[in-house]
Design a protein around this ligand. Structure first.
Ligand SMILES: Nc1ncnc2c1ncn2[C@@H]1O[C@H](COP(=O)(O)OP(=O)(O)OP(=O)(O)O)[C@@H](O)[C@H]1O
Ligand SMILES: [Mg+2]
Length: 258
């Protein structure tokens, strides 16, 4: 358990979903994507969200990230009711506390890595010098020092996803939401992105919620939640996240490691 998790034991969870439902469309075309989801997420958690296509993972992520409102149910963020907020209030909450990473990177083309990472700060109205400094720091945190002035077309897929992660953390979010962040990457690059997410969680204490279809990637998380048909099907701690197992192996005397 991390220090952040120890602090939060018994306290209000960072996030709590209570009987959340989501219906898309109306009348005969209505589709219930979430059918009553309860979920508690503690500060400092690293959760992999798995489940078949169409099971409601992205819908749940959009709700968790305050991008979309549930149809019914309660969403508490640090004890505050999100479901009652207006669209503008939700946007403020989102910009203050959340960072987002998607499968398809979503970087602006013909725009340098530095400018892409600065964008959320530009929306916040931060002055130029502060934006530059924060973006350089975020790029350094994802291992891209020296690549600040490259545009996305001059970067590999793995590097582009690192830029997208730098853009997501430049605002110092409490929660990082990643919907299939390794979906467009080969296994080597995927592993590197997962190591990065692990470090952001373990070293910076950022709560990470990540959708993945790949068990190898879910194995990096501290907890694995599975959706089936709009409901939470299982929720269990991962006793040996990849990076902890790797650290334990590295620390063990040579004979024991073999
Ligand atoms: N905007 C929308 N309008 C109507 N139906 C939607 C909308 N978004 C999602 N759905 C439906 O809700 C269900 C859940 O979709 P969701 O995107 O949450 O699934 P998912 O688990 O993320 O799947 P995948 O693994 O394919 O990304 C699907 O049947 C989908 O067709
Ligand atoms: Mg999805």
């Amino acid at each position: 358990m991390t220090a952040a998790q120890e602090d939060s034991v018994g306290a209000t969870p960072l996030i709590e979903l209570r009987n959340i439902t989501k219906v898309y469309g109306e009348g005969g075309l209505a589709f219930q994507a979430l059918k009553g989801v309860d979920l508690r997420i503690e500060q400092g958690d690293f959760v992999a969200i798995m489940g078949p296509s169409g099971s409601g993972k992205s819908t749940a992520m959009n709700t968790l990230g305050c991008l979309d409102r549930p149809t019914t149910g309660e969403y508490l963020f640090k004890g505050a009711h999100v479901e009652t907020l207006t669209r503008d209030e939700r946007a403020l909450l989102r910009r203050r506390f959340f960072g987002f990473v998607f499968q398809g990177f979503h970087l602006l083309p013909r725009t340098t890595a530095l400018e892409n990472v600065e964008l959320p700060l530009l929306y916040r109205g931060e002055p130029t010098a502060k934006r530059h400094a924060a973006a350089r720091k975020a790029l350094a945190a994802v291992g891209l020092t020296g690549w600040e002035h490259h545009t996305p077309s001059e970067l590999s897929g793995g590097q582009q996803q690192r830029v997208a992660i730098a853009r997501a953390i430049v605002t110092e979010p409490v929660v990082l939401l990643a919907d299939e962040p390794t979906g467009n990457l080969d296994s080597q690059r995927s592993g590197e992105i997962m190591e990065l997410l692990w470090r952001l969680n373990a070293e910076l204490g950022i709560t990470v919620l990540m959708v993945t279809h790949e068990p190898d990637m879910a194995a990096y998380a501290r907890r694995i939640v599975r959706f089936v048909d709009g409901l939470l099907d299982s929720d269990h701690a991962n006793p040996a996240p990849v990076m902890l197992a790797r650290e334990a192996l590295a620390a063990a005397p040579f004979g024991e490691a073999l």
